[in-house]
Design a binder for this molecule. Structure first.
Ligand code: HEM
Length: 144
């Protein structure tokens, strides 16, 4: 009985963290999908690009483009707590940055179609820099 009570108390104390950890948002889901494609793409291109892998690089790049185009239609979670004026301004900046990001992804797609892997390496580094910059502006600090 005592063990059961202890187990219940433990479950109750963990419940809020579990629900926070599994919290999903439409933008978070799009970002996860971008991350799943970006990781192997970046690693593959930077590890010494392989011209036999161009179709695979292109598939990842097109996934990133499609997911970023969908992500553009959502607002960053941090805007939910803002005044309407601040929210409108941030959504405008976010949308413009996402448009620029999609253009950069399209430039990478073009380089891959042309088989220019040296240029593709430069462009994939640019995507990483754009990600870091955007996350600095629009991603909420992780809660402890
Ligand atoms: C290579 C490019 C990028 C990668 C790999 C990437 C990846 C990710 C990942 C893995 C997350 C965490 C998702 C989660 O919360 O479950 C995230 C969050 C986020 N990213 Fe990106 N991202 C990229 C580019 C961008 C760009 C260009 C923007 C904005 C213009 C952006 C805005 C955000 C925002 C706002 C969040 C927090 C989610 C929310 O507010 O709901 N990301 N990203």
């Amino acid at each position: 009985m005592r063990t059961r009570i202890l187990v219940c108390l433990l479950a109750l104390s963990l419940a809020p963290q579990l629900s926070f950890a599994s919290e999903a948002s439409p933008l978070g889901d799009r970002m996860e999908a971008i991350g799943d494609a970006f990781k192997p793409l970046y690693r593959g291109l930077m590890a010494g690009p392989d011209s036999d892998q161009i179709e695979q690089y292109l598939a990842w790049t097109r996934t990133i483009k499609a997911e970023a185009t969908k992500a553009r239609e959502h607002a960053p979670a941090m805007t939910a707590e803002m005044s309407e004026v601040d929210r409108t301004a941030m959504v405008k900046d976010y949308t413009a940055d996402m448009d620029t990001f999609v253009k950069k992804v399209e430039a990478l797609e073009k380089a891959l179609v042309a088989g220019n892997l040296t240029q593709a390496q430069v462009l994939v580094k640019g995507l990483k820099a754009a990600r870091n910059d955007a996350h600095g502006k629009y991603q909420e600090e992780e809660e402890e």
